[in-house]
Design a protein around this ligand. Structure first.
Ligand SMILES: Nc1nc2c(ncn2[C@@H]2O[C@H](COP(=O)(O)OP(=O)(O)O)[C@@H](O)[C@H]2O)c(=O)[nH]1
Ligand SMILES: [Mg+2]
Length: 292
C-alpha cells in the first residue's frame, strides 16, 4: 500500500458526486438510506406486491455478486443466493429470479447473462429479453443463442400480469472494462437499451469492482465519490450507453469481503434506493396498470 493511498494523497477534496445535499459518510446516512428504502413500497393502486428488477450484463461483470450483495443488505449480514464465479467458468445461461428474505422482501431480482462481446447475431436474445421484460418468461428458462422462446415452451407464460413484468433494469458493467467497452458490446447494448426504451422501462447502470479500479477505494470505500478514476469510468459508461451520468452507480460488491459494515453499505444503498424509486414511479405511471 503506497504512502499516497494511506493518506488519500491525490484525491480531490470536492467529491465528484454528492448524492444528496449535505451528504456525509456517516452511520446515520446509511441508517437514513435504509429507512428510506424500507418505505419504498409498491403503491396500492398498482396491485403489486413486489417490484421486479432485471439485471443484465456480460458474464463475469458481477451480476450474481450484485444480487448476493443486495440479498446481504436485505438480511443485514453476508449471505449468498446465487453463485458468483471467477471469469470463464460457469456461464449463467438460464434466466433466474431471486426472492429476498428481510427488508427487500418487496423486490424480486432477475439475472440474465449476455450478450457476450463477441456475439454477432443477438436477435434471439433480444427477443427473449423483450419477452422477459413483458413477463412472458418464467424463471429457470435456458437461453438458446440460435432461437428465442416459442409459445409452446414450458417456460412461456401466456398472459402475464403487471406483476410479472419488469419494472426496472440494471445494466451491470465491470468498472475495469468501462473505459473502453468493445465496439461490438456497445452495439449490442444499444440494441438492448432500445428494446428497454420501447417498453418505457427505467434503466440504470451499476459499475462493479470499484475496488479493483482504484486503490484508494480498495483502502477506503469512502473514497469512491472522490476518486477521479471512478468518476471517469462513470462518465465513460454514461457516454457509451447514452445514459445520464447520475444514473450510473459505482460500487464494490461484498463478494470479496468476509463481512460488511454501514461504510461498505452506503454505495449499495444509494443504488438500491435509486432503482427502487424508479421501479415505484414506473409502476405508478405504467399504462398497463391503468388498463388492468
Ligand atoms: N474485487 C471485486 N470482485 C468482484 C466484485 N464483483 C464481482 N467480483 C468478482 O468477479 C467475478 C465474477 O462475478 P460474478 O458475480 O460471478 O459475475 P456474473 O457472471 O456477471 O454473474 C467473481 O469472482 C466475483 O467474486 C467487486 O465489486 N469487487
Ligand atoms: Mg452469474
Amino acid at each position: 500500500m503506497g504512502f499516497g493511498v494511506l493518506f488519500g494523497i491525490g484525491l480531490p477534496w470536492t467529491p465528484w458526486r454528492a448524492p444528496y445535499t449535505n451528504f456525509k459518510w456517516k452511520k446515520e446516512t446509511a441508517e437514513k438510506l435504509q429507512k428510506d428504502i424500507n418505505d419504498i413500497l409498491p403503491t396500492a393502486e398498482t396491485g403489486l406486491k413486489k417490484f421486479k428488477v432485471l439485471t443484465i450484463g456480460t458474464h463475469g461483470h458481477g451480476k450474481s455478486s450484485l444480487i448476493n450483495t443486495l440479498a446481504s443488505i436485505s438480511v443485514g449480514e453476508k449471505t449468498t443466493v446465487c453463485n458468483a464465479a471467477p471469469m470463464d467458468e460457469n456461464v449463467t445461461t438460464h434466466y433466474r429470479t431471486f426472492d429476498f428474505l428481510g427488508h427487500l422482501g418487496n423486490c424480486v431480482l432477475g439475472d440474465i447473462c449476455g450478450p457476450l462481446p463477441t456475439a454477432k447475431d443477438i436477435q434471439p436474445m433480444l427477443d427473449d429479453i423483450k419477452a422477459i421484460l413483458k413477463g412472458n418468461i418464467k424463471s429457470g428458462y435456458k437461453f438458446d443463442p440460435k432461437k428465442s422462446i416459442s409459445e409452446q415452451d414450458d417456460y412461456f407464460k401466456e398472459s402475464p400480469k403487471f406483476s410479472d413484468r419488469t419494472h426496472c433494469v440494471i445494466i451491470v458493467i465491470d468498472s475495469l472494462q468501462a473505459y473502453e467497452l468493445p465496439p461490438s458490446y456497445v452495439l449490442n447494448m444499444e440494441k438492448i437499451m432500445k428494446t428497454i426504451n420501447e417498453l418505457n422501462i427505467p434503466v440504470i447502470a451499476v459499475l462493479t469492482k470499484a475496488d479493483l479500479l482504484s486503490e484508494h477505494v480498495e483502502y477506503s470505500i469512502a473514497s469512491i465519490f472522490r476518486c477521479r478514476k471512478i468518476q471517469k469510468s462513470v462518465d465513460d459508461t454514461a457516454k457509451q450507453l447514452k445514459l445520464p451520468a447520475p444514473k450510473v452507480f459505482p460500487l464494490v460488491n461484498f463478494e470479496a469481503m468476509d463481512s460488511f459494515t454501514w461504510k461498505e453499505s452506503i454505495p449499495v444503498l444509494i443504488t438500491l434506493k435509486s432503482f427502487l424509486r424508479m421501479a415505484q414511479q414506473h409502476s405508478r405511471n405504467a399504462d398497463e396498470v391503468k388498463k388492468e
